[in-house]
Design a protein around this ligand. Sequence first.
Ligand code: NAD
Ligand code: UDP
Length: 321
Amino acid sequence: MSRPKTFRNLVTGGAGFLGSHLIDRLMEDGEEVICLDNYFTGRKKNVSQWVGHHRFELIRHDVTQPIQLEVDRIWHLACPASPIHYHSNPIKTSKTSFLGTYNMLGLARRVKAKILFASTSEIYGDPEVHPQPESYRGRVNPIGIRSCYDEGKRIAETLCFDYQRMHSTEIRVLRIFNTYGPRMLFNDGRVVSNFIVQALNKKDISIYGDGNQTRSFCYVDDLIEGMVRLMNGNFPGPINIGHPNEIRIKELADLIRNLINPSLKIIYKDLPSDDPIQRQPLITLAKKELNWEPTVSLEKGLEKTISWFSKEIENTYQINQ
Ligand code: NAD
Ligand code: UDP
């Protein structure tokens, strides 16, 4: 019996939160992996378990610069994902989205690789259609503080489809909704990691605005399964991958507080501008095209994430003793 084909995979942003989980999955599946990262928000520690493995390579590189590699599949994830990091240098964020995607599409075209682009629910902006289907074109502010990320991802999607139309590049466009899990950065500013780190450190839990805004949170293992199915299948996308259960941010605060320390105080801070009021994916297309839907409940996923953060805090504490 012949062995299934092993692909040479390039994962940009591979040392980040999602990239490192994707690399674990590809390595466990017996694939060859090149992890490319500039370590802006990624950490070598996230992939250190694979360093020295004969199927794994690590390259420090910035995707805004071209690179020549021989690969079969490109998983293009490089881009800071949390608002505090993408705001910190918005011009660089736009460059990463446009030039980074342009360079990776150019590479895909040259070596005839299939390319998956990690897009986002942010391309829907502050939506007036709810839940959001892929056909919804969004309501994005082109000149606000989130625009470098939102518009960056929109032009990157445009590039993907123009490469498909002009050069027959095999593209996969994945619109990722809020995803959480182990390996999120402590200082990443995203709501799940913020609330967990605050609660474990016995600090007040910070809600921005009145907490009535909604999001839908997907556990990282479910997201990676959807991503792999999209790459393996024939559907180019765009396709939403996310958990369809919508929750108010104040309910999330209560849930995390009750799992860690119910006596903690909640404090209210100003809502950042252009913060979407509601967000929930319609996943009918993912069910139909990928036979995918999430399997991990928010409670289960939060328990796993809290357990990872507490171990990390314990290890840091021991190192600092
Ligand atoms: P992350 O910040 O943990 O990972 C991004 C990785 O890209 C980091 O390792 C970072 O160092 C690297 N990077 C950034 N700019 C780079 C550059 N110019 N050159 C090379 N490497 C660079 O974020 P994440 O949550 O793992 O997100 C991964 C991708 O998924 C991003 O494209 C993000 O926009 C998308 N996404 C994530 C979510 C989510 O909820 N996690 C939601 C929507 C979309
Ligand atoms: N948020 C909050 N407290 C925090 C961090 C975030 O209330 O400490 C809110 C934020 O204003 C937003 C929601 O939680 O309404 C999700 O924020 P996140 O940055 O995780 O994701 P995004 O806004 O990109 O969906």
